[in-house]
Ligand binder design. Structure first.
Ligand code: TPP
Length: 601
């Protein structure tokens, strides 16, 4: 058996059934090993960036582990954007890159170490990806392959998960290995926080003494696989619930306590709830600036914030946020102990506070009735609202980045069982198409709803061929505003409306999508007005094939509401009149502080 054969055997033992790859000289021996092994297959991609994004989405679907294989130099370099998506959103993925022969490595001896390159397409990929991986390693000899693969897998999944990369020189790939001589990796146990029981009783007390508590649900709940524990917790704690973007799909939109999504592009209702709260129980959010706004010290500033995070650095970021109770613990484990220790604990907030939050949800919906009446162009809020009505509870929805992502998050009504995700932390244009393909492949080629921008689609448009050649039933909706919408809105707000590098007359143009679809042999549909939505949706959602749908929206469509620089998150734009705004701020101190941040009339 060669090292290459062993790698496949190992991947199979970890239940990896599909590897996303593009071949090349330096990875050829590993790719060739597939010819001798029928228990694992691969999907060829047209760009390594997509391979990394497909593997990322594959892992996010919890049906198996995402894996890629790429060649040295440009092949490995192309992975970087996708690796960063997994790094920031804590997604475990394994990347295997081929490398030049060991004797051609510039690092191989003292005299050649300073040379930029010796082998053809030699790149020190390990050093390049170190800051965005949990473990990156170049194999030194073939006998360590078992140890290194086991270690890489362990590290990728342990604690806060993330991507790993193993770089394998060509000469080692083809070397024969003796299985009985391979060293094993011994995993180590992470210490549990012993104070946890005390903290649980502290939380009981804080809840009992609170008048306006709010529960924040974030993506960490899914990462730590704590959804069952969450369900049990929700039977004990009856308080208003808000989510972050990555927590959006952990709770049903119609859950009685669900108020909305918080943050810079959050709903007014959810933001008012958090900003008026006196206690925040934060499960699974790292409270990044998209959640807190640019001034973290203004976030939930009258609340005692309780945060549970496996990453102690997230708890101690020291950027103005004041976390009252920091619990450095795995969320699943924490919640299961919490539920156990709370057998006799039940907490229901006063109906007054609950009703206030629910009223906000009623009077400040993101999708308002006038959107439906829009005659010219499709309204993206109304479109996403209709789309979410038509989808079933098993659908997977993958939006990209920019306006299309924001409109989707602001309008989508999640049903229990659905998945909706994007690469929230990195948010690269071009993520959604490869991620939707990866998600479909992770789920036996199930239909996946992909929502792209007319800009974003062009970044990985080559994967339309991957979609066609593998007949993957992705329904690709392009929210087409013929420009970089989200950046235009930024330019409107802060750069005098000068649309440099965002519109056709400034160099950003959109191809003829009908011709593009035809060239790839994909069914094409267009929706130009609200009243065409239902008919097209009926057709494309029924189809078992890939579908390309061009959804034409107003080039000047805005994201509403949205936070402006310098404001606390309760004060979203378009700004409410100060009378109305002040009515919604229940707490006198908040009123006073809010005025400090508000330049409004
Ligand atoms: C790879 C990459 N380059 C640049 C950006 C910065 N950026 C964020 S959104 C955006 C415009 C996106 O345009 P489009 O995909 O058409 O979406 P829209 O905002 O119009 O819905 C840009 C340039 C990015 N996120 N990713």
């Amino acid at each position: 058996m060669t090292t290459a054969d062993y790698i496949l055997k190992f991947l199979i033992s970890k239940n990896i059934k599909n590897v996303f790859l593009m071949t090349g000289g330096a990875v050829s021996f590993i790719v060739d090993a597939f010819s001798k092994n029928k228990n694992i297959k691969y999907t060829c991609v047209a760009h390594e960036q997509s391979a990394a994004m497909m593997a990322d989405a594959y892992s996010r679907c919890d049906k198996g582990f995402g894996a890629t294989m790429v060649t040295s130099g440009p092949g490995a370099q192309n992975l970087i954007t996708g690796i960063a998506c997994s790094w920031f959103d804590s997604v475990p993925v394994i990347h295997i890159s081929g490398q030049v022969n060991k004797n051609e490595l510039s690092s191989s001896n003292k005299t050649t170490r300073k040379v930029r390159q010796i082998g053809f397409q030699e790149t020190d990929i390990v050093s390049i990806v170190k800051p965005i991986t949990k473990f990156a390693y170049q194999l030194k000899n073939s006998n360590e392959i078992k140890y290194i693969l086991e270690k890489a897998f362990y590290i990728a999944n342990e604690g806060r998960p993330g991507p790993v990369l193993i770089d394998i020189p060509m000469n080692l790939q083809k070397e024969k290995i003796n299985l009985s001589k391979l060293r094993r990796f011994r995993s180590y146990k992470i210490k549990n926080n012993i104070k946890i029981t005390k903290d649980i009783f502290k939380i009981h007390k804080l809840l009992i003494n609170s008048k306006r508590p709010v529960l924040i649900l974030g993506g960490g709940l899914r990462i730590s696989k704590a959804l069952n524990e969450l369900e049990k917790l929700l039977k004990k704690i009856n308080i208003p619930i808000v989510t972050t973007w990555s927590g959006l799909d952990v709770i049903d939109f119609y859950n009685n306590n669900y108020i909305g999504c918080i943050g810079v592009y959050g709903s007014r209702a959810a933001n008012f709830s958090v900003q008026n709260a006196d206690l925040i129980l934060n499960l699974g959010s790292r409270l990044d600036t998209r959640v807190t706004g640019g001034k973290p010290e203004t976030f939930a500033r009258l609340a005692k914030i309780i945060s549970i995070d496996i990453d102690k650095y997230e708890l101690n970021k020291k950027r103005g946020l004041n976390i009252y109770l920091k619990i450095n613990h795995d969320l699943k484990n924490f919640l299961s102990i919490f539920n156990l220790k709370s057998k006799n604990f039940k907490y229901s907030v006063s109906s007054t506070w609950m009703n206030v939050c629910k009223k906000w949800k009623l009077i400040y919906p993101n999708v308002i009735s006038t959107y439906k009446k829009q005659k010219k162009y499709v309204n993206p809020y109304f479109f996403i609202d209709r789309l979410s009505d038509k989808l079933n509870n098993k659908d997977i929805i993958v939006p990209c980045s920019g306006g299309n992502l924001t409109w989707t998050i602001q309008s989508f009504k999640i049903k229990k069982g659905q998945r909706l995700f994007s690469a929230y932390g990195n948010s690269p244009m071009g993520y959604a198409l490869p991620a939707a393909l990866g998600a479909s492949l992770a789920n036996n080629k199930k239909r996946v709803i992909c929502i792209e921008g007319d800009g974003g689609i062009q970044i990985n448009i080559q994967e339309l061929q991957t979609m066609v050649s593998n007949n993957i039933p992705v329904k690709l909706f392009i929210i087409n505003n013929n420009s970089y919408g989200i950046i235009k809105q930024f330019q409107d707000l802060y750069l005098g409306g000068r649309y440099e590098a965002t519109i056709p007359s400034k160099g950003v143009t959109v191809p003829d999508f009908k011709k593009i679809s035809n060239a790839y042999g994909i069914n094409y549909s267009v929706i130009k007005k609200n009243n065409q939505i239902d008919k097209v949706l009926k057709k494309v959602l029924k189809s078992k094939k890939p579908e390309f749908i061009n959804v034409v929206i107003d080039p000047n469509q805005k994201i509403i509401p949205k936070l402006q620089f310098g404001k606390p998150i309760e004060d979203l734009s378009p700004l409410l009149s100060r009378t109305e705004f002040n009515k919604n701020m229940l707490v006198p101190q908040i009123k006073k502080k809010s005025r400090d941040f508000s330049e409004a009339n």
